[in-house]
Write a protein that binds this ligand. Structure first.
Ligand code: FES
Length: 173
């Protein structure tokens, strides 16, 4: 059976093949994970923050997601490098998608997950400091909610698969 390749833009394919800032950051100030390892769509975002100036000096990521996720994360790390945390917070998945030359609709969630992981890391940074800047919203943003929803969904699926496997096991005894 042949599968039609997804209509990725040349920029997505280029960043997927040669991602920037890929890898674990040993000296990160903070990091956060979004997604679920059970379904493979998992991303970790690492930030090195200058605590005096509140500027992001370095950002890296690890991803077990697809080409869209890797390309979006790569672009996001480049955009937020040397930017104040507040500006990094304001980068939306729509802006990223536009800069990538668009994404197939079924791949929107992959870009959303990248932004969700970044925002989670930023929230965690301020939580640890016991501070809350006025620009940081109380409520979770769309991207953060979406990451949570995906995690919930993955848990439900993993549970169902586990139950099914147990039933099969019983049948075979
Ligand atoms: S990260 Fe899940 S399909 Fe792209």
């Amino acid at each position: 059976m042949s599968r039609t390749p997804l209509p990725y833009s040349s920029k997505v394919l280029e960043l997927f093949r040669n991602p920037k800032n890929l890898g674990k950051m040993e000296d990160a100030t903070v990091y956060a994970v979004a997604g679920n390892p059970a379904c493979g769509d998992m991303i970790t975002f690492y930030l090195k923050i200058n605590e005096e100036t509140e500027v992001i000096e370095k950002a890296t990521f690890e991803s077990y997601g697809c080409a869209a996720n890797i390309a979006t994360s790569s672009l996001l790390t480049e955009i937020i490098k040397n930017k104040p945390i507040k500006e990094a917070w304001q980068v939306s998945w729509k802006k990223l998608t536009e800069e990538l030359g668009g994404l197939p609709t079924i791949k929107f969630h992959c870009g959303i997950l990248a932004v969700g992981a970044l925002r989670r890391a930023i929230r965690l940074y301020y939580k640890r400091k016991g501070e809350k800047p006025e620009w940081l919203p109380e409520d979770l943003t769309f991207e953060e909610k979406q990451a949570l929803e995906e995690e919930e969904l993955a848990k439900v699926l993993a549970k169902r698969i586990g139950e099914k496997a147990k039933k099969e096991e019983k049948k075979n005894v």
